[in-house]
Write a protein that binds this ligand. Structure first.
Ligand code: ADP
Ligand code: MG
Length: 980
């Protein structure tokens, strides 16, 4: 236990897994915490010392579970075989694994990034009200290292986008900015919801001098100016602190080195050589998709998969049609439309989560995709090469950290040579010139290493070097000699056995070998008595005796040393190869990047070719136009068949002079006018509203990645951000009410949306009472539509007010509040109604069948068909019938007769009905007016405006007697009481 505590003290923040025999044991608090978190049996070592253990062969499995739960783990191994040890077995911590620094193949998904970040607060900008956060983010497994600055409030978004699993921040006293930041970071449980574990580090790690010092040491520079960073920037401090953490966890410390040296072993110190210099990433260089939108647009995960990053969901993320946008690219399986390499899969995610904002760069990607769409032969040949390439990027990381396996080295060499072939394949294609140049350059640097490796190593090397078997025969004379002796052992033993049998006339005598006893001569007990004296007794078994001879012992010694020599020689040769790879670690990274790029371009091209996607046109304008767009995921799920995804058009904020003439003839008159940037979408439940607005968002996002899009045509103005608020998902925000979340997110949108943003709102306002909800929705629509005047009675007539229009984001608002459709009449330049077509026909009996056409058309919807949907859903017939009754009563009530009986004759109410009629309210289709009982239930129609108010306005006070006045007052009072 003293030894245990010695190590525990060195790694106080880690769970210490302490090897004891066949188990890794945990003690004290570690044991308690871990047994609770992952359900291990808690025992006691001695009274008061809790203990829990995991079997040694299950180590990787448990490491994975522990890191996924945010634990940091130090693994303390026995350095020598326990049986050889005198006294306490010498031990040392050989690995420290933390959630954000995992590098071993067995512990990570190949298609998800695992990153570590450090955060630091930047000085407040002169007029800004919020702090800026400076983030340094690294993927230890591949060497990626970036710094970015962002608003403190969007830290969680930034971290989610980049697959950060662990966040470091300075542990400071109370009351300063850093403390405040830590508060923000811990708050709302956002980090936990994203599966990020946060970790306070000593404040001095973040101090300018210390941070700078560790960066200078790592990169051998005097100043960071060469990397485009100032030495006094907050992000540099974060980067320095990050680096210090990596040194602590990833490279063997001095104490451990000593510990190991004390038993005559050496550790191979890992290096961080593969870490690239920190690169500044401008948050404004990308189309920003915040965490909420990532989730509600189901880009990586579907809404059903809630919770821990990298859980079961991570595993299946790209395994065929899982309902996510990323899944679309993996859907066809067997390589069609899926990235083929792990680098490609991660890059695909990155490209989709962080689309570009630079038209030229997007077009460069597009031309690569075009080429591969047109030249399917070329695409097929590239695909073949890529399919054989493994995780070169992470192998590069392991090479640097001295954790590469024999298999890693061989796989790397094979990949380098394959890339030589790849570079030739793409050499003739101008659209792939960048990839070609990068491949050629990196392959050249790696060629020597690769050729030597392939020449001396077996094709299918073992996962570790414990038993040798990496180097081919005939490569190294010393190795061959050692192996020869080992291999000839069998023949020598047979010969020796025959000699002994002949010499002593003992036909049952056997000469054998096993791992425990070594070499032995065995006789059945019956014959053991007549054994010659030269056989020395070794071991007694149940019905046999074992012996040895000086000759056999000598042979054993020779073989064992030969084995040791062979292993040692293999290790030397292996380490030589590792060093050769380490020298080219930057070429490995370059190669990985080039592979990733061509892989994603190919995935885009495959998808485009197989599903008839087209190349979108990106423009500098603020408009958006999609012809015959399909929801990529739905399209994939339903296939291209007749019953497939119904294509729809979308046009927002475009200034088109010539409109298409098909079903939009009713808008013919508006030629030459800018299309409103806000579209209000109403329609029955299940009609396809949500699908439509998501389609627009997904097509927009895809267009910025360089991918083609599922449409017949698309012209899209560069989009700085996509904002989404869809549905309610309170599971992620335990503790906050759904409506609060809805409002927080919507407020965020209203504050940050610009004239270049795309805003998607689905049923906002549903989380509260209908009246509140409607009013809020109304206000939000006016705000986003650029109708800023709060007095909505004063309709602004200023047509084409360019300034305000430029500030209004492209917005799609799907709502069940039919009342909102009135807004189009008030602000025809700003707001446009859309609805989803439904076909209805009598199906015998008293109900009509409805068919959802999923077709989006201009104009407003008539009713919500809630009861039809309920019937389709299998609601008991009695409930439906009763609901119809109730609806009938309510509707009558609603339409005036019921409530306003007393006042009905007063022309007030009639007036108000007329006023509504004038404004073109409702009654779009003959269907709803034909059958009132199935009409939309607009509960609050009477409030906007309230009949009592209308009646009040109409009262002619001067012409009333006091008694009449009192009578009128009573009626008014009655109006306000009735049913509400
Ligand atoms: P809403 O939001 O109007 O209630 P949804 O968008 O959720 O409706 O769509 C309901 C269902 O209708 C979807 O699950 C999908 O199966 C189908 N659907 C929607 N849009 C389309 C379409 N364009 N083509 C084919 N099916 C669609
Ligand atoms: Mg919906």
């Amino acid at each position: 236990m003293l030894q245990y505590y010695r190590f525990k003290k060195r790694h106080p923040d880690c769970v210490l897994l302490f090897r004891v025999g066949d188990f890794y044991e945990m003690f004290d608090d570690d044991a308690v915490k871990v047994s609770q978190a992952i359900g291990l049996t808690l025992t006691q070592r001695s009274a008061g010392v809790p203990m829990a253990g995991v079997p040694h062969h299950q180590l990787e499995n448990y490491l994975r579970r522990l890191t996924l739960r945010g634990f940091r783990v130090a693994v303390c191994e026995q350095l020598i075989d326990a049986s050889q040890a005198k006294g306490i077995v010498p031990r040392a911590v050989t690995r420290v694994i933390t959630p954000g620094t995992v590098v071993d193949e067995a512990l990570m998904e190949s298609d998800a990034s695992i990153a570590l970040a450090a955060v630091c607060v930047a000085p407040r900008e002169a007029k800004s009200t919020t702090h800026l956060a400076a983030l340094a983010i690294t993927e230890v497994s591949t060497g990626l290292f970036v710094v970015v600055e962002c608003d403190v409030n969007s830290i969680a978004d930034e971290l989610a986008r980049r697959g950060v699993r662990e966040l470091l921040f300075a542990d400071m006293g109370k009351g300063n900015a850093q403390e405040e930041l830590a508060g923000v970071v811990e708050e709302v449980g956002a980090l936990r919801a994203l599966g990020i574990s946060s970790h306070a580090r000593p404040a001095w790690h973040f101090r300018p001098e210390e941070a700078l010092e560790s960066l200078r040491k790592q990169y051998g520079v005097k100043t960071l100016a060469g990397f485009g960073l100032r030495d006094d920037e907050a992000c540099v401090f974060a980067a320095g602190a990050l680096l210090r953490y990596l040194e602590e966890t990833q490279t063997a410390g001095e104490e451990e080195t000593k510990e190991v040296a004390s038993v005559g072993l050496t550790v191979r110190r890992g290096s961080l050589k593969h870490l690239r210099p920190p690169k500044r990433e401008d948050a404004s260089g990308h189309l920003v998709i915040d965490a909420v939108s990532l989730r509600s647009l189901e880009i990586e995960r579907t809404m059903r998969e809630v919770g821990i990053v990298g859980g079961a969901s991570g595993k299946n993320a790209t395994s065929a049609g899982d309902g996510t946008l990323l899944g679309v690219f993996a859907f066809a399986g067997l390589g069609k439309g899926s990235a083929r390499t792990p680098m490609g899969k991660r890059a695909l995610r990155d490209w989709i989560c962080r689309p570009l904002l630079d038209i030229a760069a997007i077009e460069r990607r597009q031309s690569g995709v075009s080429l591969l769409v047109e030249q399917r032969d070329l695409a097929a040949r590239i695909g073949e090469v890529l399919a054989g390439i493994q995780d070169v990027a992470r192998i590069g990381g392991r090479v640097s950290l001295a954790r590469a396996t024999p298999r890693d080295i061989v796989v790397l060499a094979q990949a380098a040579l394959a890339c030589g072939g790849l570079s030739e394949i793409v050499s003739g294609a101008p659209a792939l010139a960048d990839v070609h140049a990068a491949l050629t350059k990196c392959v050249k640097s790696l060629r020597k290493f690769a050729e030597r490796t392939v020449a001396i190593c077996v094709d299918n090397p073992p996962g570790h070097l414990r038993d040798g078997g990496l180097i081919k025969d005939g490569v190294d004379a010393a190795l061959d000699e050692a192996r020869l002796l080992e291999r000839d052992a069998g023949a020598w033993l047979a010969k020796y056995q025959a000699e002994l049998i002949a010499q002593h006339d003992l036909p049952s005598l056997k000469v054998g070998y096993n791992k425990v006893a070594g070499y032995f001569i065995e006789l059945p007990t019956a014959q053991a008595r007549s054994a010659p004296v030269e056989l020395k007794r070794m071991q007694t078994l149940r019905n046999a005796e074992r012996f040895t001879t000086p000759l056999l012992s000598e042979f054993e010694r020779k073989v064992t040393t030969a084995q040791g020599r062979a292993l040692e020689r293999e290790r030397e040769l292996f380490l030589e190869l590792c060093d050769a790879a380490l020298a080219e670690v930057h070429a490995i990274a370059g190669l990985a990047d080039a592979i990733a790029t061509i892989d994603v371009l190919l995935a885009f091209a495959d998808k485009a070719a197989h599903r008839q996607w087209i190349k979108p046109r990106l423009t500098d304008g603020v408009g958006l136009r999609i012809d015959q767009g399909r929801h990529p995921v739905l399209d994939e799920l339903l296939g291209g068949s007749a019953g497939g995804c119904v294509p729809n058009d979308c046009e927002l904020g475009t200034e088109e002079t010539k409109r298409r003439r098909d079903e939009e003839t009713e808008l013919e008159g508006k030629q030459g006018v800018a299309t409103p940037s806000l579209a209000l979408l109403t329609g029955p439940n299940m009609a396809g509203k949500s699908t439509y607005i998501r389609m627009v968002a997904l097509v927009t996002i895809l267009a910025h990645t360089g991918s083609f899009v599922p449409a017949a045509g698309a012209t899209i103005g560069l989009t700085d951000r996509v904002f989404t608020r869809i549905g309610a998902d309170d599971a992620l925000h335990a503790g906050q009410s759904t409506f609060m979340v809805e409002m927080v997110e919507t407020a965020n949108i209203l504050h940050h949306a610009t004239g270049r943003s795309l805003v998607i709102l689905d049923e906002v306002g549903r989380g509260t009472s209908t009246l509140d909800g409607l009013s809020l929705a109304w206000g939000i629509v006016e705000y986003l539509g650029g109708v800023r005047e709060s007095d909505s009675a004063k309709v602004r007539k200023s047509k084409g007010d360019k300034n305000t229009l430029a500030l209004s984001p492209r917005t799609l608002f799907a709502t069940h509040y039919h009342e909102l459709t009135e807004l189009e009449d008030r602000y025809p330049n700003r707001i446009r109604n859309l609805h989803v077509a439904v076909r209805e026909w009598p199906a015998g009996g008293d109900h009509a069948e409805i068919v959802f056409l999923h077709r989006i058309l201009p104009g407003r919807a008539d009713q919500s068909y809630g009861l039809h949907v309920a019937r389709l859903a299998g609601m008991p017939k009695d409930v439906i019938l009763r609901a119809k009754d109730v609806l009938g009563t309510l509707a009558v009530h609603q339409h005036g007769a019921g409530i306003v009986e007393g006042a009905a004759k007063s022309n007030g109410v009639e007036q108000s009905e007329k006023a509504k009629g004038k404004r073109g309210r409702v009654d779009v289709s003959a269907v709803s007016s034909a059958d009132n009982s199935s009409g939309q239930l607009a509960l609050f129609k009477e409030y906007v405006p309230h009949p009592a108010v209308d009646a009040l306005k109409e009262l002619k006070l001067d012409a009333m007697t006091p008694l009449q006045a009192f009578d009128a007052l009573r009626k008014l009072h009655g109006l306000t009481q009735d049913g509400h």
